[in-house]
Design a protein around this ligand. Sequence first.
Ligand SMILES: Nc1nc2c(ncn2[C@@H]2O[C@H](COP(=O)(O)OP(=O)(O)OP(=O)(O)O)[C@@H](O)[C@H]2O)c(=O)[nH]1
Ligand SMILES: [Mg+2]
Ligand SMILES: [Zn+2]
Length: 224
Amino acid sequence: MSDIDILELKADIINDNDEKAAEIRERLKREHTFFVNIMGSPGAGKTTMLIETIKSLKESGDCKIGVIEADVDCDTDSRAVYELGVEVVQVHTGGSCHMDASMTQKALDRLGSAGFDVIFLENVGNLVCPAEFDIGASLSVMLLSLPEGDDKPLKYPLMFTVSDIILISKCDTKPVFDFDETAFRRNVAGLKNDAKIIPLSFKNGENTGEWFGLITRILKEKGF
Ligand SMILES: Nc1nc2c(ncn2[C@@H]2O[C@H](COP(=O)(O)OP(=O)(O)OP(=O)(O)O)[C@@H](O)[C@H]2O)c(=O)[nH]1
Ligand SMILES: [Mg+2]
Ligand SMILES: [Zn+2]
């Protein structure tokens, strides 16, 4: 069987993607638009976090916000965000379980990125491939909901390696789950990632101020 040709495409796909992602990052930098990639499992609380964050940003100043919602199908998340009065584009990935840079480019073109201070992209709910595909974001934020367990950095290491900020969501459920925050922090540190980790709950508001303060500071530092 040694005469069979094997074409390894994955490295090419990732290299092409990285080039496109770098172009997106450059373009958004020129346009003074800060681009945030939100990742996490299905149901981790990404849309809930996004809605509360947009409300908080709107309260704290005049900031033009755009949103890209990426789902395999349906538009429930984009409708919920649209009600806040921000511009939103819904991407239907047609079965793909992650966004890549060329899909992101198309969504940004549709949104017309010039003029936005910040654009949030809610990635497809998935702990695996969204972490593999750079989409040109300036900041990667991931949510690990407490019920998912403190061992997830061991099982999905790339996601917990590429994230700049990790929100442990649904902390109000702590009494009914065996989640060891110290072990979780140790597991992330073991990946040589010194990401900021914030445990919080959008149900009872616990610690959400720390996240709102952090994202507001980051945006201000970028000049918004
Ligand atoms: N108890 C509790 N529930 C929460 C919290 N945040 C979100 N939820 C609930 O979790 C469920 C999923 O939340 P979503 O915000 O839709 O999660 P998502 O990550 O956007 O989900 P997908 O877009 O489907 O991947 C909803 O029923 C939310 O009300 C929280 O902090 N505590
Ligand atoms: Mg959602
Ligand atoms: Zn995928």
